[in-house]
Design a protein around this ligand. Structure first.
Ligand SMILES: [Zn+2]
Length: 219
């Protein structure tokens, strides 16, 4: 018996999409459209107080997005989503650990989310810290998780430094994180192989507000 009696499908999205369960590709398109509205300074016409009411008995978010804690990268804002639409997991440098993986497994296996997104961003302070080998109590261990991306870029493009190095590391860190999620979670890998979920990496440009998605898996 499952620990939570949550439905496996997204009831709110059922209503919005003619009763059809969203595919991972459709979930990605919703985020792409939302970012397009954000960049064009448009907003979906939603009443947040009404959404409080609509979601009081449960939540059926269609995606889980792992992003950085950076104050400029709030996913509900940059994808123009409302209450109950997406799970938001945030940690500096958008790295994973067992707790984040547990959140993703909960979102996809128990709450019916169809898409995992790992979202990096430009000018990321955590990536800069990892490149500069910053040491600071608990932060040291967090930045260690970004070091494999730093090492990879150093060996692939030793000429890079400054902003160019930081950006390349941020991009590779997203790709490595996507790969690690599939490596480390048997549940998520199986759901991906069965076409139940998709996974995508993306990069948010803090200067333009645009998100660029990388070719993902299962979408
Ligand atoms: Zn950051």
């Amino acid at each position: 018996m499952r620990p939570w009696s949550l439905p496996r499908t997204n009831r709110l999205r059922f209503a919005l999409h003619g009763g059809q369960r969203l595919s991972p590709t459709e979930a990605l398109h919703i985020l792409q459209e939302g970012n397009r509205r954000f960049v064009n300074n448009l907003k979906a016409n939603r009443d947040l107080l009404q959404q409080v009411n609509a979601t009081r008995n449960g939540q059926y978010p269609f995606a889980i997005i792992l992003s950085c804690i950076d104050s400029r990268t709030s996913v509900e804002l940059i994808f123009d989503q409302g209450l109950g639409d997406v799970f938001s997991a945030r940690v500096a440098g958008n790295v994973i650990n067992d707790d984040i993986l547990g959140c993703m497994e909960f979102a996809c296996k128990l709450a019916g989310s169809r898409l995992i997104v790992v979202l990096g961003h430009s000018h990321c302070g955590a990536v800069k810290g990892a490149c500069a080998d910053v040491q600071l109590e608990h932060l040291t261990g967090l930045l260690e998780k970004i070091k494999p991306a730093v090492d990879h870029v150093h060996s692939e493009a030793p000429e890079l430094d400054g902003d160019a190095l930081v950006q390349r590391v941020a991009e590779h860190n997203v790709r490595l994180t996507v790969a690690r999620i599939m490596e480390k979670s048997r549940i998520l890998k199986k759901m991906l192989d069965n076409g139940e979920i998709g996974i995508a990496g993306g990069m948010y440009d803090i200067e333009s507000g645009q998100v660029k998605f990388y070719p993902g898996a299962g979408i």
